[in-house]
Design a binder for this molecule. Structure first.
Ligand SMILES: NC(=O)c1ccc[n+]([C@@H]2O[C@H](COP(=O)([O-])OP(=O)(O)OC[C@H]3O[C@@H](n4cnc5c(N)ncnc54)[C@H](OP(=O)(O)O)[C@@H]3O)[C@@H](O)[C@H]2O)c1
Length: 289
C-alpha cells in the first residue's frame, strides 16, 4: 500500500490516502466541471492501492459523497471512508457552524444516505470555523457523536480543527482514533501535538498537506525535488510521511496525472540533508544554524 500502513481503530489503511474536497465545483460548491474526470480520479486512487478516503457531506454539498458512491460502491472491505460533521453550507458558499445535537444527527444521516452505507467508518467532529481553531468546549457535540456511535451508526470518531486541549477533552468522552488539523511543510504549529499523539497511537491527518487553495511554493522545496528527480508536491508529501509514523496523508487533486505524481512521493527516499533543508522551510531555522 502506498506509504505503508496504519491501523485506524480496527482497520488497516494505506498511509497515503486521498482527500475528495477538490472534486466538487469551484470553492467546493456544486458539481465538478469534468464529472467523468472526477470519477476517474477516484477509481485511479483505488487502483493505486489507496484505501483511505476523506470526504464530507458539506463538500458540494453532497457532491463528493455522491461521486465516491458512484465510482466505488459497493465498497471493497478494505476501503475506509472518513467523513466530517459540524458545518453546513449556505447559498454564498459559506461554512456556517452547525454543531447542535439535532444538526449532528441530521448530518450523520445525510452522510449515510449519500455514501450509501448503514454505518460510517469514521466521523470527525469539526470544531472552530472556516478561519481556524477557536477555544470552546467539545463536550456536547462529541458526546452526541459518541451516542450515535453507541447506536451503531458510526464505527470510529475523530476531531478536526482542534486545539490540544480540545483533543484531551474529547478523549475523556470516547476513544479518538485521529486528529485532522492543518499542517504542512510551511505550517508547523502542531509539531508538539503530532509527537504527543504518536506516543499514544493516535493518527494525525494533516489537511492542506500541499498548502490547500494556494499550493506550497518554495525555492528550497523545488531544489530538493530537482536533486531527487521528483516534483515539489511529491517531495512535500514524502517529507510528511518521514515526519512521524502516525501521519496519514489525504492530499487532494482533481487530476489523475497529479494523483499519480503525488503517489510517487510515497516511494521517495529523502536523505538527512534533504530533511534538514526541508525542515528549515517551516521552522525558520536555516540549515546549519
Ligand atoms: N477538516 C477540515 O477542516 C478540512 C479542511 C480542508 C480540507 N480538508 C480535507 O483535506 C484534503 C486535502 O486538502 P486540499 O485538497 O484542500 O488541499 P491540498 O491537498 O493541500 O492541495 C490540493 C491542491 O493542490 C493541487 N495539487 C495537488 N497535486 C498537485 C500536483 N502534483 N501538482 C500541482 N498541484 C497539485 C490541487 O490542484 P489540482 O486539482 O489541479 O491537482 C489542489 O489545488 C481535502 O480534500 C479534504 O478532504 C479538511
Amino acid at each position: 500500500m502506498p506509504g505503508g500502513t496504519w491501523t485506524l481503530g480496527d482497520t488497516t489503511v494505506s498511509r497515503f490516502g486521498y482527500g475528495a474536497m477538490q472534486l466538487a465545483g469551484p470553492w467546493v460548491m456544486g458539481p465538478p466541471a469534468d464529472r467523468d474526470g472526477a470519477l476517474a480520479v477516484l477509481r485511479a486512487a483505488a487502483g493505486l492501492g489507496i484505501t483511505h478516503l476523506d470526504t464530507s457531506q458539506a463538500y458540494g454539498p453532497a457532491v463528493t459523497n455522491e461521486l465516491i458512491r458512484e465510482a466505488l460502491h459497493p465498497y471493497p472491505d478494505a476501503l475506509f471512508v472518513a467523513t466530517k460533521v459540524g458545518a453546513d453550507r449556505d447559498g454564498q458558499g459559506g461554512w456556517p457552524v452547525a454543531r447542535g445535537p439535532q444538526d449532528l444527527r441530521r448530518q450523520v444521516h445525510e452522510n449515510l444516505r449519500s455514501l450509501g452505507v448503514e454505518r460510517l467508518d469514521l466521523v470527525n467532529l469539526r470544531m472552530g470555523n472556516a478561519q481556524g481553531r477557536l477555544p470552546g468546549s467539545v463536550t456536547e457535540a462529541f458526546g452526541t457523536l459518541a451516542q450515535l456511535r453507541d447506536e451503531g451508526l458510526i464505527r470510529h470518531l475523530g476531531v478536526s480543527n482542534v486545539t490540544a486541549g480540545q483533543v484531551e477533552q474529547a478523549r475523556g468522552i470516547a476513544p479518538v482514533v485521529c486528529v485532522q488539523n492543518m499542517y504542512n511543510l510551511a505550517h508547523r504549529e502542531d509539531d508538539a501535538l503530532i509527537d504527543a499523539l504518536a506516543a499514544d497511537g493516535i493518527a494525525y491527518v494533516p489537511f492542506f498537506p500541499l498548502g490547500g487553495f494556494t499550493p506550497l511554493q518554495s525555492g528550497t522545496l523545488s531544489a530538493v525535488a530537482a536533486r531527487r528527480g521528483s516534483t515539489p508536491m511529491a517531495v512535500a508529501l514524502a517529507w510528511l510521511l518521514h515526519r512521524s509514523p502516525n501521519i496519514l496523508l489525504i492530499p487532494g487533486t482533481s487530476s489523475t496525472e497529479h494523483l499519480r505524481e503525488n503517489v510517487a512521493g510515497a516511494g521517495l527516499e529523502l536523505s538527512e540533508a534533504d530533511l534538514a533543508e526541508l525542515d528549515s522551510i517551516g521552522t525558520g531555522n536555516p540549515v546549519g544554524a
